[in-house]
Design a binder for this molecule. Structure first.
Ligand code: ATP
Ligand code: MG
Length: 247
């Protein structure tokens, strides 16, 4: 599995990010396991976030740009300001969505509040995004077909769909933003958003509570979402996730 984390101050700023910052301070925020970095650009009155994917990185910022534009009519997601491909890589510039990621020290020390916000926030996303008109797919079949080799053959057959929704695609708690008062704000990192069983999101979202807050928070997350545990679908979608994110 690729490891992502908060970025240190020593992360180099690519020339094109420096250029679009137009002299405003650039702060490295997050590094992902594929060499990608997210920077915050301190434009007075409108902070911006620039996601950078170096050439060769498997992350498609084009896919994320399309999905953000589509989802913006229905849910709180970052507003796309700019996107470009350069010889060194691509960047996606968005306006700040207020709030902070659910894994800052503040929220790690208050997991009950964070999990409540993340669970109810995922429910509101699933209830808001329209299935009928969503042009993106994130079904198990599509994901299995994209796994190199025949690794997907190791999995049992796909469980029947519980409820088809527009999934976030990476509903882990770091991609959930929370306001200082504990209210859910919105989601970032929507490059895999698409139609799928809601358990595709729930399996990973609950798992991420364990990675970030420790054991014991899966049930509170599901309670906040408003659903009973489903061990079979959870196991299936976690195994699929593992195949897509080899260590
Ligand atoms: N528009 C925005 N408003 C506020 N915060 C943002 C915005 N865009 C990104 N962030 C912050 O930057 C972090 C990294 O962004 P994002 O999750 O999209 O990057 P990523 O590299 O795709 O992440 P991952 O490691 O999960 O693949 C987020 O967790 C969030 O804290
Ligand atoms: Mg992320």
């Amino acid at each position: 599995m690729t490891i992502s984390s908060f970025a240190g101050d020593d992360v180099p700023v690519p020339a094109v990010i420096r250029q679009i910052s137009a002299g405003h301070p650039v702060v490295p925020i997050w590094v992902n396991g594929d060499g990608g970095v997210t920077f915050r650009i301190e434009v007075p009155g409108l902070r911006q976030f620039a996601k950078w994917a170096p050439t060769g990185s498997p992350n498609s910022l084009t896919a994320e740009r399309e999905r953000l534009r589509w989802a913006a009519d229905f849910a709180a997601v970052p507003h796309v300001l700019d996107y470009a491909e350069t010889t060194d890589g691509t960047y996606l510039l968005t306006a700040e969505l207020r709030g902070e990621t659910a894994i800052t020290d503040r929220w790690k020390s208050r997991p009950a509040q964070a999990v409540r916000a993340a669970g109810s926030g995922l429910r509101s996303l699933h209830d808001s995004l329209p299935v009928r008109t969503c042009p993106f797919d994130w079904s198990a079949a599509t994901r299995l077909a994209a796994i190199p080799g025949r690794d997907g053959d190791q999995l049992p057959s796909v469980p029947p769909v519980d409820r088809l929704v527009v999934c976030q695609g990476d509903a882990c708690v770091p991609n959930t933003l929370i306001e200082a008062n504990g209210d859910f704000v919105g989601h970032v990192d929507l490059g895999n958003l698409g139609l799928a069983d809601r358990w595709a999101d729930l399996a990973v979202a609950t798992w991420s509570t364990e990675w970030n807050y420790g054991p014991g928070w899966e049930l509170p997350f599901l309670n906040a979402y408003g659903i009973a545990p489903d061990p079979k679908r959870t196991t299936y979608y976690r195994a699929l996730w593992n195949l897509e994110h080899p260590v």
